[in-house]
Each structure stands twice: as structure tokens, then as C-alpha cells.
Ligand binder design. Structure first.
Ligand SMILES: [Cu+2]
Length: 444
């Protein structure tokens, strides 16, 4: 249950009242079962699934497979000089982070769609079966394709009717990072999760060891307690994701000292551009969804703005060991649900408010008068995630949403999440001693 003492004196009143109501409803629905509905969930540290460093090696191909953290790669067959893929558009159930599961739309049993990976020059045939309750198409975003393969309903093809399978034939004329999404009822289908990435590898193999990652940024409005994202949202998104996971649900990226790390960041979210920021490194933006940026035109960056409908590829050399935050720098995009649309009571005197409001709304709890860093301690209604993130080695990581971690180690053993970084002695910020303050003339 909530720790009321640590939360006293603050006041996200509307949200707290909503929580109290949600708790009442849940309690009524479960009377007699003895379950503590709405009890605060534990915040597990993010743990990888063991697929972090290796993609799928493909017979006859020499590229390093791209890893889509929390994601999948679409299998294919080779027949008569074609690579044959099959995408199935369908409703799916998807976990955003432990505690929050949604009814979304996606491809092949999940969302986002699986990564389509192939090689420059490939002839690719992609069958698309429509198991949605309405027509759809697939548009190959950024790719140079014949007009009739461009997937725009009404303009270049008939929308794929419910239950039918259409065929797209594409020649991968250039290497690069592209995306796919429907071009029928775009607002609804994209908002419900129908997005995916495409990587076309150069025919010439890379000269060095590469850790190659794909991250798709997305944003959702998921009303507290609801399972269906609201596709009508324009500005009030409350769940921000990488590969449709909100921290602490995001798998970390890993690299070994000396690796070239390439991160392909796509954005097919409905409305927002995302300034994606990486700690511990300066990186180059090396490509967009229109191909590589000439070396002479690159400049170093800490933050790359990934526009809606765009891809930015960043590269860095993994030479700074540690656990490094990789996140959107819009502060509302590193929060989860519950942190939006609440009154600002920072600095307000809310003493006695709990007792008074509690007479009308049982279980009422005010929060946030000393800031909002303690919001993770709120009780949560069913099917929701805390406004803040997960447990780290030094306590709460108070960011959620579009946040993940790049873990760089001297050596990695196997393909698993290596755990938290072990800092060399004397390299972690800590409390200053009286001697140190005196030595340096700091008066506090
Ligand atoms: Cu953002």
C-alpha cells in the first residue's frame, strides 16, 4: 500500500481523487477475494531477454543483423531469386511495461511490426494479409519504388479489403533505413501501433565490428485504466515509447569497448518530433531515411531531432564504459501515465487537505507539494503505469517513457544484459565530507 507519510503535504489532487475512485471501483469488484487491488507494484529493474547482441544470421549473407530491442525480425524464404516475406496486419495485445497492457493493432502477432531486413539489390516480394476489421495498405516509407507499389489507398492501389492478401514487389535499389505503415485510415491505424522499420544493408560487408540497433519512437494516449489507445489524441499523449515499450519495459542496448554502435531511430508517432539525447558520448548523424550524409556534411551532436515521418541514424565508437541514458529530452516524454493534467501544487500548503477531502472521497491522498519525484509511490489503478520509471543501482530512476540505456563494457559475456555498471572506486558522485568542504573553502 501507499506510504502516506512520504507523500503528505502535496497535492496532485485531481489525479489522487481519480486514483481513489479507481481503487473504490476495484475494491468493490473484488470484495471478498482478499486481493489488494491498486496496491503499489514493485518496480523491477529492466532485464534483457537474451537477444540483445545477436540478430538472426542469414545463410549466404555477410551483414551484421540489426537488433531491434524488445522487437523481432521478419523471417523470409528465398525462392527463384526473390526474398519472400509475409506481413499479417491484425489486432494484437501488447504490454507497454509491466502493469500496462493494451489492445493495439500491429503485424504478425505484435506491435511494432517486425523489422524487415534485406540487402541492396534484393528483389523482395511482400505478401500482406489483412486481418483487421477494416481495409489497410502498406506504404514503404522513404523507399524508391514503382508508383503502383507505393501503398497509398485510392491514389496508387485499392485498399486491401478485410480478409484479403495483396502482393508488393520491390527491388531494394539502395541501402538504408526505411519504415512501413498503412496509408488507409492513417490516423487510427498508426495511432494503434501499425508501424515498422526496414533496413537494407549495403552489399559490401562492413569493415569493423558493429552493434546495429533499430528504435522506433511512438506516442500514445491511453486513458488511465483503459486498454485501447485513443487514436483521436492530438497533443495530450501520456505514454511515450521506444519500440512500443516505456521504461522500465525497454531492453538496454549493449556494446563492447571499441565497437561501432549504430542506432537507427525512426519516428512514425502521430504528432511529436523527438530530440533524442545520449549521455556519455558525442555521436555523428550519419544517415536519414534518404540515405547516408556525406562525411563532409556531418557534425558532432549530443541530441538528434527525429521528426515525425523521419529516420535519423547515429553512430559512435564505444569507448566510454558505463550505463548511459538514451532518452527523449522533452521532459514530458520521459514520464509515464499519471503525470499529466494534474494541478500544480508545488510549494502549496496542503496540510489537512487529506482529512477534509477524504470525507468526500475515501482514500484521497494529496501529492507533489515538494516536487513530483515521489509520484512512483502512488497506488495505481488497474492497468496503468506509474508516472515515473524503474529501479536502478542507486535507487529510483525517475524517468519513464522514451528512455533506455546504452551499456558499454570492456567485455561482454554472451548476449545477455550485463547488469549494472560497476564503477571504479572513487568515480561516483557522493556526499562531500566536512574535511573536503573545509579544504576547498565551501561554506554551507
Ligand atoms: Cu519526445
Amino acid at each position: 500500500m501507499m506510504n502516506r507519510r512520504t507523500l503528505l503535504g502535496s497535492g496532485l489532487a485531481a489525479s489522487a481523487a481519480l486514483l481513489a475512485r479507481a481503487k473504490q471501483v476495484a475494491a468493490q469488484a473484488h470484495t471478498g477475494h482478499g486481493t489488494a487491488q491498486g496496491a503499489a507494484r514493485s518496480f523491477a529493474a529492466p532485464v534483457g531477454t537474451g537477444t540483445l547482441t545477436k540478430g538472426r544470421a542469414v545463410a549466404g549473407e555477410s551483414y551484421t543483423p540489426v537488433v531491434m530491442p524488445n522487437g523481432r525480425t521478419l523471417p523470409f524464404e528465398q525462392k527463384n531469386g526473390w526474398k519472400i516475406f509475409h506481413l499479417v496486419a491484425e489486432p494484437v495485445t501488447h504490454e507497454i511495461a509491466p502493469g500496462l497492457t493494451i489492445e493495439a493493432w500491429g503485424y504478425n502477432g505484435g506491435t511494432p511490426g517486425p523489422l524487415i531486413e534485406c540487402v541492396e539489390g534484393d528483389k523482395v516480394r511482400i505478401y500482406v494479409t489483412n486481418k483487421l476489421p477494416e481495409p489497410t495498405t502498406v506504404h514503404w516509407h522513404g523507399m524508391l519504388v514503382p508508383a503502383g507499389m507505393d501503398g497509398v489507398a485510392g491514389l496508387t492501389q485499392k485498399a486491401i479489403p478485410v480478409g484479403e492478401t495483396y502482393k508488393y514487389e520491390l527491388t531494394m535499389t539502395e541501402a538504408g533505413t526505411f519504415m512501413y505503415h498503412p496509408h488507409f485510415d492513417e490516423m487510427v491505424q498508426i495511432a494503434l501501433g501499425m508501424v515498422g522499420m526496414i533496413v537494407v544493408h549495403p552489399r559490401r560487408p562492413e569493415a569493423r565490428r558493429v552493434r546495429d540497433y533499430a528504435l522506433m519512437a511512438h506516442e500514445w494516449l491511453i486513458p488511465i485504466g483503459a486498454k485501447r489507445p485513443d487514436p483521436l489524441a492530438m497533443s495530450d499523449f501520456n505514454v511515450l515509447t521506444f519500440n512500443h515499450k516505456a521504461f522500465p519495459g525497454t531492453e538496454p542496448l549493449v556494446a563492447e569497448q571499441g565497437d561501432l554502435v549504430r542506432i537507427r531511430i525512426g519516428n512514425l508517432g502521430p504528432m511529436d518530433h523527438h530530440p533524442i539525447h545520449l549521455h556519455g558520448y558525442h555521436f555523428d548523424v550519419t544517415a536519414t531515411d534518404a540515405g547516408p550524409i556525406p562525411k563532409s556534411a556531418r557534425w558532432p551532436e549530443n541530441t538528434v531531432l527525429v521528426p515525425v515521418g523521419g529516420v535519423r541514424v547515429i553512430e559512435l565508437r564505444a569507448d566510454n564504459l558505463g550505463d548511459w541514458a538514451l532518452h527523449c529530452h522533452m521532459t514530458h516524454h520521459v514520464m509515464n501515465q499519471m503525470g499529466h493534467d494534474v494541478p500544480n501544487l508545488i510549494g502549496a500548503n496542503t496540510r489537512g487537505l487529506d482529512a477534509r477531502v477524504g470525507r468526500i472521497v475515501p482514500g484521497y491522498m494529496t501529492m507533489g507539494s515538494t516536487g513530483m519525484g515521489d509520484m512512483h509511490e502512488m497506488d495505481l489503478p488497474d492497468n496503468s503505469i506509474s508516472m515515473l520509471g524503474g529501479q536502478g543501482p542507486f535507487g529510483l530512476i525517475d524517468m519513464g517513457g522514451m528512455f533506455t540505456i546504452l551499456k558499454v563494457r570492456k567485455q561482454l559475456s554472451g548476449d545477455k544484459d550485463p547488469g549494472w555498471y560497476e564503477h571504479p572506486a572513487g568515480t561516483v558522485a557522493g556526499k562531500a565530507s566536512a574535511d573536503e568542504l573545509a579544504r576547498d573553502g565551501i561554506k554551507v
